[in-house]
Design a protein. Structure first.
Length: 523
């Protein structure tokens, strides 16, 4: 058996081992985020209503808009929830499948692109140990699916034997369909566009194919918009207002300021509520790789192989496309950093396989990087080993009254599948409505109160998590004091708060209250 076959067999074995190991740790890492329960909750609503034109029932005051964007993601979640149950494992399992598919595509890419089977295997192992990739493969959001689409489309476009016309049609259609997964499909489309455009400039493909790519994307954007307008005639106004709350309408100066702050926050692990791995090493490594790649591309006239220039150009233009798309969107979510890991990996693999580095040095460098990645993985998994979401869920489940109508926190959303539930964020939109009236009108009889709410009230900068509590905080205190009976109190250092920087450092109290408001004529 040749070294090439041994390498392929080992890669398949390694990918299967990756899947099985992470299957066993799927609900352990990372810490559960309310986005996961939020998305799963909306998928359940789709399933019950048999319609995509519905909004989250747990947000009855917080403004929400029904639309087709992201609908495809929920339609993917529904069968997993139906067959595996409404829980954390079911929705995270989709992400792990996407992550495993990405490794299969990276294996195909490496063996098509490079001739060294040993280096190909080492590069695959290095990529699989990228902590941001592992994080996304465990996290029940859309980024890992879009990352899988990005990987598939690049491998297909650059390494398949399809005709240029067929490639453009496939890349354009899949990029367009992905709008139904998340608006960040725009990032994928913009990352691929410079590659297609540069191929047009250098006469690899005809210019009309570049235009065709743009037309296909425009068609799908219009299609999703029309579908959204069918369900919500005020889609444009509502979606624009929603985007404004996220800062997407900020002027260029503010956008650039937030752009710089985004990378500084990534470097310092300042992410608000999102669990953020330590990315300093990857950010530094990526910057070094970009710098060296630019120098090599500038001096590319010395290269004996034209294909080498193509892949350096691809990696750099995709990176530029990522940065440009972030700036255009103006929404700097920490989870979006995943997308740039692909072009940076392309550039690193080119450098490790280039004629400028002797093979033994390349092996040494990639082995050192693998060891660093392993140590980072051990550190990240160790940092959350004391967090136990199952225990947190049971503490609540075992003390909720039957048929309770609950006011609580969306991070506990999987617990409330058999209950009527309203999220605390609604209270920021009471306006002229009193909290007591809100509770009475919805027959809320159970409130789950977190000690962290008191901390947030004392530190208003954290009110971005639930909205301003100025209109209801003191009234909530009075209701709990006068009409609330504590049913259960427990402490959880991790899930007792949503502020990442304070998780694990303090035993946050969680109290389950039974609420018994007096009849209105008794007041």
């Amino acid at each position: 058996m040749t070294t090439q076959k041994y390498s392929r067999l080992f890669s398949y074995f390694y990918i299967a081992s990756f899947f099985l190991f992470h299957l066993s740790t799927l609900t352990i890492y990372p810490l559960v985020h309310s986005d996961e329960t939020w998305l799963a909750g909306l998928s359940m609503t789709y399933m019950k209503a048999r319609s995509i034109f519905v909004t989250e029932p747990f947000f009855d005051l917080m403004p929400r808009q029904a639309h087709a964007i992201k609908s495809l993601f929920h339609l993917v979640q529904i069968p997993f929830i139906h067959f595996f149950g409404y829980d954390l494992f079911s929705v995270r399992f989709i992400s792990l499948l996407a992550g495993t598919l990405i490794l299969i595509m990276m294996h195909i890419y490496l063996h098509r692109r490079f001739t060294s089977p040993i280096m190909n295997t080492l590069c695959l192992i290095f990529f699989s140990l990228n902590i941001q990739f592992i994080y996304a493969s465990h996290f029940a959001r859309q980024e890992i699916i879009l990352f899988a689409i990005l990987t598939l489309l690049y491998v297909l476009y650059r390494t398949s034997k399809l005709t240029p016309v067929t490639k453009i049609w496939v890349v354009g259609i899949l990029s367009g369909i992905s709008i139904g997964i998340h608006p960040n499909a725009f990032i994928v489309a913009v990352m691929l566009f410079p590659i297609i455009l540069s191929d047009g400039i250098f006469h690899v493909i005809k210019y009309r194919l570049v235009v065709l790519y743009g037309f296909i994307l425009s068609f799908f954007a219009i299609l999703y918009t029309l579908i959204s307008l069918i369900g919500n005639p005020d889609f444009f106004k509502d979606y624009w207002n929603f985007g404004a709350t996220l800062g997407v309408n900020a002027d260029p100066f503010i956008r650039f300021k937030h752009f710089i702050e985004f990378f500084l926050k990534l470097y310092t692990q300042n992410s608000g509520t999102y669990y953020l791995p330590d990315l300093r090493y990857l950010l530094i490594l990526g910057s070094v790789v970009i710098f060296i790649s630019i120098i090599l591309l500038i001096t590319s006239y010395k290269y004996p192989q034209k294909s080498t220039v193509t892949y350096y150009r691809d990696g750099l233009t995709m990176t530029l496309g990522f940065l440009l798309s972030l700036f255009i969107i103006g929404r700097y979510n920490p989870t979006s950093i995943l997308f740039v890991m692909f072009p940076l990996s392309i550039l690193l693999f080119e450098l490790m396989s280039s004629a400028f580095i002797k093979p033994r040095w390349s092996y040494g460098i990639i082995l050192v990087l693998i060891i660093i990645n392993i140590s980072m993985n051990v550190h990240e998994f160790d940092s959350v080993k004391l967090a136990d979401y199952n225990r947190y869920e049971k503490e609540l489940q075992n003390h909720l009254p039957k048929e309770a109508i609950i006011l609580g926190n969306l991070s506990s959303g999987f617990v409330f599948k058999d209950y009527v539930f309203y999220d605390i964020r609604n209270l920021a939109y009471l306006e002229d409505l009193s909290l007591e009236t809100y509770i009475r009108d919805r027959n809320i009889d159970t409130i789950i109160y977190y000690e962290s709410y008191d901390y947030i009230h004392r530190n208003p900068q954290w009110q971005i998590l639930y909205g301003s509590d100025e209109g209801y905080y003191h009234e909530l205190e009075e209701i709990l004091s006068n009409y609330g009976t504590p049913l259960h109190t427990f402490e959880d250092a991790y899930y007792g708060t949503r502020i990442i920087r304070y998780m694990g450092d303090y035993p946050w109290k969680v109290i389950v209250y039974h609420i018994d408001l007096p009849a209105t004529d008794q007041k």
